[in-house]
Design a protein. Structure first.
Length: 177
């Protein structure tokens, strides 16, 4: 079952990542074209174009790092550091890293704090990376609305379900996440 889930995750991850790589790459190309063809009105605007291209390059680099991390984990060259984590602290970190981005796009981000006694076994950096990626993608694909994150323990199975509700169209969820 884990192999099947990992296969679905990889397929969805690669599809999303390749799609997400195109956006910052196109932005870089567009802003650099403005500079190359001397279409800036003044040096300040040219500097802003260069800044936009730089930020797009950083975003592209971050996405490539995620691909490399998945590949290293897949091939066993990077081991997961599974540890007992307080889920409320993980979600606080996710909130800290995504709240300004949501606010800048006028999207309401609400993370319902879970019971502080809920712990999960996970690799902290990977769990945060996945949750932040899900929230970032939702923010990027929305023009308005809200994103709500809640935690639902399932004591009978020993699992904790993290639910991310947003107001994107259903078509946005055609891949395995």
């Amino acid at each position: 079952q884990m192999a099947s889930e990992m296969s679905k995750f990889k397929a969805g991850f690669l599809a999303r990542t390749s799609h997400e790589l195109r956006s910052p790459m196109n932005s870089m190309i567009g802003t650099l074209q403005l500079i190359i063809f001397d279409l800036a009105d003044n040096p300040e605007e040219e500097r802003e174009f260069a800044n936009q291209a730089y930020n797009s390059a950083l975003k592209t680099l971050g996405l490539l790092d995620q691909i490399i991390d998945v590949a290293k984990t897949e091939h066993g060259t990077e081991k997961l550091q599974i540890e007992r984590l307080q889920l409320s602290k993980v979600l606080e970190a996710v909130d800290d890293l995504t709240c300004l981005q949501a606010a800048n796009r006028s999207i309401r981000l609400k993370i319902l704090p879970p019971d502080p006694n809920i712990y999960v076994l996970a690799d902290e950096s990977r769990l945060k990376q996945v949750l932040i990626s899900l929230v970032d993608t939702a923010i990027a694909e929305m023009n308005e609305g809200s994103i709500n994150i809640s935690v639902h323990p399932a004591p009978e199975s020993g699992y904790v379900h993290i639910r991310i509700d947003d107001q994107r169209p259903v078509s946005a969820w055609s891949e395995s996440w």
